[in-house]
Design a protein around this ligand. Structure first.
Ligand code: UTP
Length: 476
């Protein structure tokens, strides 16, 4: 009886919001599939969905940018003045202290669908290191292990997956015995999902008993960290800062004392690393200051005339690109989540979405047929009381694996990993053979356990063999 009333209520709500089509095949489903579908439908916040449909699905111009914005101030990659040199040294020491005190955790967002790479399985399991073929997850975990050893503390590793790749990710970590981090120090959890829509705003079905849905974007991480108990886990351990990065970037310096120190010394709530853009229209978000708040404006939302603006010295006015590296305070996530109604804006992506048509046939569209909604974590920046931006260097810290070939492909990432290893070795006085065009004439890999940065190499000079042209050397 209670079940019938509940079902009636769902039907009524679907009717009122014009979404009854999701139950189109209910009558022909066996009982267990009926239940699955009704459970999914009852989990939808249909009132919110109705607003989303009007604002973001049917309405193409979904993002409004502030009328007045200027470039955001930032710390340069290297300090330019004696005062800054001192400040950087103090910040580095402070960051190291916070690390030693166990106040920093690692957090990778790994819930994306990786459609551009087209890899079967969680992207974190993609083999990327140039010689040992270590996966992205292995590189991050080994880096955390090395940092835990360096700072004499167990740094917890938080990993956000989507419902689609959660099981596979858990399996990968379990079968790798948590890469030596210890099961207790690895916290894997799921982000939320959002339904997919046709252009008419109707929720699509991916099967007769399944609502088509996709992960709610990396912005979903803030809610998911709280809802999944990761924030409570951080509190229990005394972790106050989360170092946030994306699963596709093996170069990330994921425990950077300078970044952590500057963030904490400036009492920021959420901070970011930035790159000087490769060109005015590079497809990265742009750091701006809007109404006094650090804000990222997506490349697609920044008008070309703004993107192309130059300073008198020829540099771009909006020269800082966002690369998905942040420090986020636990207290900031608690503050946002505790209120209950915190929401990041939705971004609309027009996609090819497989769906079940009214005859019950699965359609694989060959052109975009609907809308997926996503939230972006950088949209939380303006909600932070303070926010620091630290510039970093592309060759040191950013080589994302996005596409199967061409730009941001595994080949480019591997080449950049070798080039960075060569630069670290040369900085420590090791001779690296190079081709006439300046590229390393060898394949090099530096395991995180060997060195977390060039500074760790100097103390290990005696373990580095001579590097002959054309050879392969893995330092571990
Ligand atoms: P991307 O924007 O590159 O998206 O994610 P993607 O889904 O991985 O790849 P494509 O666009 O389908 O090819 C940037 C980072 O944000 C994470 C990804 O795992 C990656 O680390 N992410 C993205 C999530 O964790 N959840 C999401 O819902 C989306």
């Amino acid at each position: 009886m209670a079940q019938d009333i509940h079902r009636e209520k769902i039907l009524q709500k679907l009717h009122n919001t014009g979404q009854e089509q999701v139950l189109r095949f209910l009558g022909e489903l066996p009982q267990d599939q009926k239940n699955t579908l009704l459970l999914q439908v009852s989990g939808l916040n249909l009132d919110k969905i109705q607003v989303c449909v009007e604002n973001y699905v049917k309405n193409e111009v979904s993002v409004t940018i502030s009328e007045h914005f200027e470039p955001a101030p930032s710390y340069p990659a290297s300090p330019g003045t004696p005062q800054m040199t001192q400040k950087y040294a103090r910040a580095r020491q402070f960051g190291e202290r916070l690390l030693r005190e166990g106040r920093v955790g690692g957090f990778v967002v790994a819930g994306g669908q990786g459609t551009r790479l087209g890899y079967d399985g969680p992207k974190g399991n993609y083999p990327i290191s140039p010689i040992r073929n270590k996966t992205l997850f292995a590189i991050f975990a080994e880096t955390l292990l090395a940092a835990s050893q360096k700072y004499g503390t167990a740094i917890p590793f938080y990993i956000m997956t989507s419902p689609l790749n959660y099981g596979a990710t858990v399996e990968i970590f379990a079968s790798a015995d948590y890469y030596g981090l210890g099961r207790d120090n690895v916290f894997i959890f799921q982000q939320g999902t959002l339904p997919n829509f046709g252009f008419d705003g109707k929720i699509l079905l991916s099967a007769k008993d399944q609502i088509a849905s996709s992960p709610d974007g990396h912005g979903g991480s803030l809610k998911a960290l709280y809802a999944a108990g990761a924030v409570a886990d951080m509190k229990r351990r005394g972790v106050e800062y989360l170092s946030y990065w994306q699963v596709d970037n093996p170069l990330v310096k994921l425990m950077d004392p300078l970044f952590i120190g500057l963030h904490a010394m400036d009492e920021a709530e959420m901070s970011s690393k930035a790159l000087l853009k490769a060109g005015p229209l590079e497809k990265v978000g742009n750091f701006c200051l809007a109404n006094g708040k650090v804000t990222v404006i997506e490349y697609s939302d920044l008008p070309d005339e703004q993107a192309l603006r130059k300073n008198p010295d020829g540099s771009l006015v909006f020269e800082l690109g966002s690369i998905g590296i942040h420090i986020i305070n636990r207290s900031f996530i608690e503050k946002l989540s505790a209120g209950g109604d915190f929401a990041l804006p939705f971004h609309r992506a027009v996609k090819k979405i497989p769906y079940i048509d009214e005859t019950g046939t699965l359609v694989q569209p060959d052109k975009p047929n609907g809308v997926k909604l996503e939230t972006f974590v950088f949209d939380a920046l303006p909600m932070a009381g303070r926010s620091v931006i630290l510039q970093t260097l592309r060759e040191e810290e950013f080589a994302p694996v996005k596409n199967a070939a061409g730009t941001d492909s595994p080949d480019v990432t591997r080449r950049m990993m070798v080039e960075r290893a060569a630069a670290w070795l040369e900085a420590a006085g090791v001779k690296v053979p190079r081709t006439p065009d300046g590229a390393p004439d060898c394949v090099l890999e530096i395991a995180p356990g060997f060195a977390l940065g060039p500074e760790d190499i100097k103390t290990k000079r005696d373990r580095i063999p001579p590097i002959a042209p054309g050879c392969q050397i893995c330092l571990e």
